[in-house]
Design a binder for this molecule. Structure first.
Ligand code: C2E
Ligand code: CA
Ligand code: CA
Length: 664
């Protein structure tokens, strides 16, 4: 069994205490015996003195009574005498205390020298002496007896017992307790802290008071710190590529495993890119390995700079890298990052005065679609990379054909969409907004059309989402805004002074120069802003952007109305209806389609009522039948839009439609 220091100290103190106590007990007993013998001697002295006086003076045993006064004086002078008796054999002749009329038994009286003084005082009732006198020639002997005053003797010893208890019991206990506290504070606790430190080595204990313990503590702390450092260095070395300073294959494995573990919970995909430098061998062969290494170092830092800061890049072979991307929401965001990587590598490099031009081929595999572990992701992305090489290098290739095709198409669309603006292939169509009661046309919504000479009519649903993703919407939206405002002015001149609604994407609205551009446009055109409505969608509120409230207030303050498009399909919340300056709610076609079912009707009617309460106008979208118009009239919805009145029309068509239009 192992002892703790505290227990050990306690046991040691206990032993010391026992020793000290027994020494003192012995001393106490000696002391007691000494006191007892002093008492007994005083009694014996009195006894011999008295017996001498009496022996000298007594002549006849009957006259013993005449010495009562002498006896009384002796008894009262000595505190330890209770009574003095004179006996003739067993007959009490004289007694200083009338209580004692019979002789105590002989065994109760001290007459045996083997007893200690203390035992005598404790166990006997008194001491005995002799009175010898002559009556004539005959020698008589009387017994002289002192009876002990037990209460007086006890009191004497009781007092010294109390002292003993105080000095030899209480004090040592106090000393032990204090010593134990000191040992605990200076030794036991520090040792326990050291033990914990040695075991867990997390928290370094504070400096100790005892020199030796402090020396152990500080050397332990130093050793652990050095060990930690070495461990970290080893850890880093095992995971770093020494040439580039990038992560190596080990680190890639660990990272990917962690990402896969996370993805199992979040159900998120990520992209695994295998990148190979094109014709790197030529650089090595022609310029030497040193230049090649230098180039690789530079390429490594350029790749790191090109990817989002939380994404990962590793060098897995001579000129091979793996990039793991997980922070993208759409395919085009991903391809943007890949483009960026390839562009930085495509740069003109100058390595030790040697101009070098290189490019890269990238293969892309997705977790979990193309592989659920590092091995298959590695395999499939490098296969895709080989495809990219086969197709002529300096490009990227997805592992799946379908994705490849989709991306190629998107890339093509991206290009032609931008070119179309230069080529003037876009046109605005206008769809009337009709008053439900009178049937009069009260406004029009501008809707973009792309009429491509090569592909024909391309609906906005095909290119607007892509334009929103790749940012082209800002440029395109500027054009729409300008075009629609100028159309309002042209129609006004012709006497067709109607309100025009313009769709503005969230990205366009939140773009930093939007307010400036709008202000300029309004000033230059001098358009009547009360004839302009801007249609926004609930996505604007999704962006956790403090700017959206500011921009909407800005627009509203210019006198432009704000309509909330497709109301009810998105993240509708009453709170932003209150917070943002919204003038019009557009009920989505989805709800109008269902107007004849109780659920659909409840929805439409609730929105209409809410609009009335909040003092907003309501426009019902996608109205295709007479029945819908009738219904809107009954529930008191003011305006509608839809094929029932007219499809969106080109400018000329809108004008002739308007001229020939007969309300109701
Ligand atoms: P939106 O703003 O909700 O426009 C209404 C869409 O519903 C239009 O489709 C319109 O043609 C269609 N529509 C109107 N009445 C009816 C009807 O009775 N029945 C049916 N089936 N459809 C009807 P379009 O023109 O294809 O536009 C689609 C979306 O593209 C628009 O939805 C809008 O979000 C976007 N868009 C169109 N032009 C622009 C633009 O200039 N800028 C921006 N940012 N987005 C635009
Ligand atoms: Ca709209
Ligand atoms: Ca709509």
């Amino acid at each position: 069994m192992l002892l703790t220091i505290q227990k050990f100290a306690l046991i040691m103190l206990f032993i010391i205490l026992t020793l000290v106590s027994s020494v003192f007990t012995k001393y106490f007993l000696d002391q007691k015996e000494k006191t007892a013998s002093v008492i007994l001697n005083s009694l014996k002295n009195d006894m011999s003195e008295l017996s001498y006086i009496l022996s000298k003076n007594i002549t006849h045993n009957l006259n013993a009574n005449t010495y009562r006064a002498v006896l009384d004086r002796t008894a009262s002078n000595n505190d330890y005498i209770l009574a003095i008796l004179i006996l003739d054999d067993n007959d009490v002749l004289v007694s200083t205390d009338p209580h004692f009329k019979t002789a105590p038994s002989r065994t109760d009286i001290f007459n045996d020298d083997t007893l200690t003084s203390h035992e005598v005082l404790d166990h006997k009732k008194g001491i005995e002496g002799r009175i010898r006198y002559y009556e004539g020639k005959a020698l008589h002997t009387l017994r002289l007896m002192f009876l002990f005053d037990r209460s007086e003797i006890n009191e004497h010893f009781e007092a010294s017992k109390m002292d003993f208890a105080l000095y030899f019991a209480l004090l040592p206990i106090l000393v032990i307790f204090l010593s134990w506290l000191v040992v605990r504070y200076f030794v036991a606790t520090p040792l326990e802290l050291l033990r914990q430190f040695a075991y867990y080595h997390n928290v370094v204990p504070k400096a100790f008071k005892l020199k030796e313990l402090e020396a152990i503590r500080s050397s332990m702390a130093q050793t652990f710190a050095r060990l930690d450092e070495e461990q970290n260095e080893l850890y880093a070395m095992a995971r770093t590529d020494s040439l580039s300073g990038l992560a190596n294959r080990n680190a890639l494995n660990e990272y990917t495993e962690r990402l896969i573990a996370d993805a199992l919970h979040t159900n998120k995909e990520f992209a695994f890119l295998f990148l190979d430098i094109d014709h790197f061998k030529t650089v090595n062969d022609e310029l030497g390995h040193l230049i090649g290494d230098e180039l690789l170092k530079n390429v490594s830092s350029k790749i790191t700079a090109a990817i989002p800061s939380n994404d990962f890049v590793a060098r897995v072979g001579g000129d091979e890298f793996v990039v793991v991307l997980h922070q993208y929401d759409t395919l085009s965001e991903l391809t943007n990052i890949i483009d960026r990587i390839q562009q930085t590598i495509n740069d003109q490099w100058v390595i030790q005065t040697n101009p070098i031009t290189i490019s890269s081929s990238i293969g892309i595999a997705f977790y979990p679609k193309d592989g659920v572990d590092i091995t298959s992701l590695m395999q499939h992305s490098s296969m895709a990379m080989s495809e990219a090489k086969k197709e002529g290098r300096a490009q990227y290739h997805f592992f799946t054909d379908a994705l490849n095709k989709q991306v190629q198409e998107t890339i093509a669309l991206d290009k032609t969409m931008r070119q179309a603006l230069i080529n003037n292939e876009y046109e605005l169509y206008y769809q009337p907004k009709t008053d439900v009661k009178s049937g009069a046309i009260v406004g029009a919504e501008a809707l973009i059309r792309w009429i491509s000479p090569a592909k024909g009519f391309i609906p906005p649903n095909v290119f607007i989402p892509l334009a929103e993703e790749n940012g082209f919407i800002v440029e395109l939206g500027d054009w729409v805004l300008k075009e629609a405002i100028s159309q309002q002015l042209k129609w006004k001149e012709k006497g067709l002074d109607i309100s025009i609604a313009i769709n503005i994407a969230a990205k366009q609205l939140l773009e930093p120069t939007f307010e400036y551009k709008l202000t300029t446009l309004l000033q230059e055109s001098q358009v009547d802003t009360s004839k302009i409505t801007i249609e926004i969608t609930e996505y604007l509120f999704l962006e956790n952007n403090k700017n959206n409230l500011r921009v909407l207030n800005f627009i509203h303050n210019k006198g432009i109305k704000i309509a909330l498009d497709d109301f009810g399909t998105g993240y509708s919340s009453l709170s932003y209806l209150k917070k943002f300056p919204i003038d019009i709610l557009k009920i989505d076609k989805l709800f109008m389609d269902d107007y004849h079912t109780p659920e659909g009707a409840i929805f439409v009617e609730t929105i209409v009522k809410m609009g009335q309460t909040l003092k907003m106008d309501i426009i019902a979208e996608g109205v295709e039948e007479k029945g819908q118009v009738e219904y809107l009239r009954i529930i008191d919805c003011a305006t509608y839009q839809g094929y029932y009145c007219s499809r969106p029309l080109a400018v000329k068509d809108f004008e002739s439609f308007h001229q020939t239009y007969i309300p109701n």
